[in-house]
Design a protein around this ligand. Structure first.
Ligand code: EPU
Length: 424
């Protein structure tokens, strides 16, 4: 298991290019299973979660190849394999988005229940409600979801839950509805750019979808879908993480290849914290101020500040003098980074679904432990800003969602070394 040794105190400077979006790529790969023929997905980042999804697809008899230019070629075949096993699903909850495509294309799906994770309970009741409404028979048995349907029938489905809609639930129902008979209307659909990207991809495959990106998506089922070509959207969470990296280290970084319109709430928030942002379509220059301004930040479903940037923004506010409050309304328990940031001298405590931060300009290095993908990113950010030498254990979490992150930050002037260690 690898760790990062980070020498803090170096302002980041230069340019960085954003990779393709992990959270868009995973449902696209699952959807490719529904097409007749080969699909080519360009710009898919080379990450651990992508490799896990590739392994799952191969388990289902799908041919997956990465070409030297980074395009994934996916050819489904139709061999009737329908099981996504626990061994792979437990490595990545997003495996659950195979449920809809398998059900629609192969009439049955056996997908291991993903279980809880450190960012919260994470039920999948809304996914199951949506697929049942399309006519699937669903049983939970031996830790597996067993779903079957000789034919899916379009339906009206409300996908709102206690914390808003569900991103992957919307993907699952939208994908299954593409091959259902008749019209499906998803009310309270998730609006994230990843949903829009999936809808555009499915449309290229021959699907008929209207309204993706709004709370009401209308899908008219078609008898079959075909393989196609698609370029995945840039990763808005990676772009936001680089913004915070520049701001927290007192740097000056230009981020290229992003979609600034996917980050309006984040840009607004980071500006409120006092950071100078110059945006121009696919580029954002981030210049840190002499002092950061304390703020109140609330993570909400899109178009709000994403929960996937909550930990990173919390780390930034640790350095803003004054009192800040960060609330997560999507995953109210996603605060594992709070205890680790405290080890670095942050004055921060959790109160319900919020973190209350008494900011101070200096952080000090300490050994810390990464607990999940975005919390790991927050620790790397804090470590780059801290005085001294921070060791971050269990950084395999960060490899799930950020490609070669230490090399890319080092290119900007960070000093991060990946070290192999035997750690329990
Ligand atoms: N929820 C339910 N019932 C459901 C599904 C979700 O109550 O059936 C609740 C969740 O517990 C949560 C809220 O609804 O409180 C939103 O969860 P959502 O279903 O939208 O999350 P997800 O689709 O499983 C995706 C991303 C997450 C990101 C969330 C929220 C992927 C692969 N994952 O998860 O990304 O945090 O949306 O935006 O797209 C990450 O990349 O680090 C990550 C965790």
């Amino acid at each position: 298991m690898d760790r990062f040794d980070v020498q803090g105190g170096n302002p980041l400077k230069g340019e960085v290019h954003v990779n393709g979006a992990k959270n868009a790529a995973l449902p696209l790969m699952a959807a490719a299973l529904m097409g007749n023929g080969t699909t080519r997905l360009a710009g898919i980042p080379d990450l651990r979660d992508i490799r896990t999804m590739s392994a799952l697809l191969r388990e289902l008899g799908v041919d997956v190849n990465r070409t030297p230019d980074g395009t994934l070629e996916i050819t489904p075949g139709d061999n009737g394999r329908i099981e996504a096993p626990y061994e792979l699903v437990r490595q990545m909850r997003a495996s659950v988005c195979l449920l809809g495509p398998l059900l629609a294309r192969r009439k049955r799906a056996r997908v291991s229940l993903p279980g809880g994770c450190v960012i919260g309970v994470r039920p999948i009741d809304l996914h199951l409600k949506g697929l049942s409404a399309l006519g699937a028979e669903i049983e939970l048995e031996g830790g597996y979801i067993d779903a079957s349907a000789t034919e899916l029938i379009g339906s009206e489905i409300y996908l709102g839950g206690p914390h808003g809609s569900t991103a992957l639930g919307t993907c699952n129902v939208m994908m299954a509805a593409c091959l259902a008979k008749g019209r499906t209307i998803i009310e309270c659909a998730a609006c994230e750019p990843e949903i829009v990207d999936l809808a555009q991809f499915l449309t290229k495959m021959g699907a008929r979808i209207d309204g993706a990106g709004s709370h009401r998506i209308v899908i008219d089922g078609v008898p079959e879908l075909h393989g196609t070509e698609h370029q995945v959207i840039p990763d808005r969470i990676e772009a936001g993480t680089f913004m915070v990296a520049a701001a927290i280290t007192g740097g000056d970084v230009t981020i290229r290849g992003m979609r600034t319109e996917h980050l309006s709430a984040v840009i607004d928030t980071v500006r409120r914290i006092g950071v100078d942002l110059e945006t121009d379509g696919d580029t954002c220059r981030v210049r840190a101020p002499d002092a950061l301004t304390a703020s109140e930040v609330i993570a909400l479903p899109y178009p709000g500040v994403p929960t996937d940037l909550q930990a990173q923004i919390t780390a930034l506010l640790v350095r803003a003098e004054g009192i800040s409050v960060v609330t997560d309304k999507v995953f109210p328990d996603r605060f594992m980074h709070v205890a680790e940031l405290s080890r670095m001298g942050a004055q921060i405590r959790k109160a319900g679904s919020s973190a209350i931060i008494v900011g101070q300009p200096e952080l000090t290095a300490a050994p810390v432990m990464a607990s999940d993908l975005r919390a790991s990113a927050a620790l790397v950010l804090a470590a780059m800003a801290a005085k001294g030498y921070t060791i971050i254990h269990r950084i395999y979490h960060i490899d799930r969602g950020y490609g070669r992150i230490e090399q890319r930050l080092n290119n900007l002037g960070a000093r991060i070394e990946r070290v192999q260690e035997d750690y329990p």
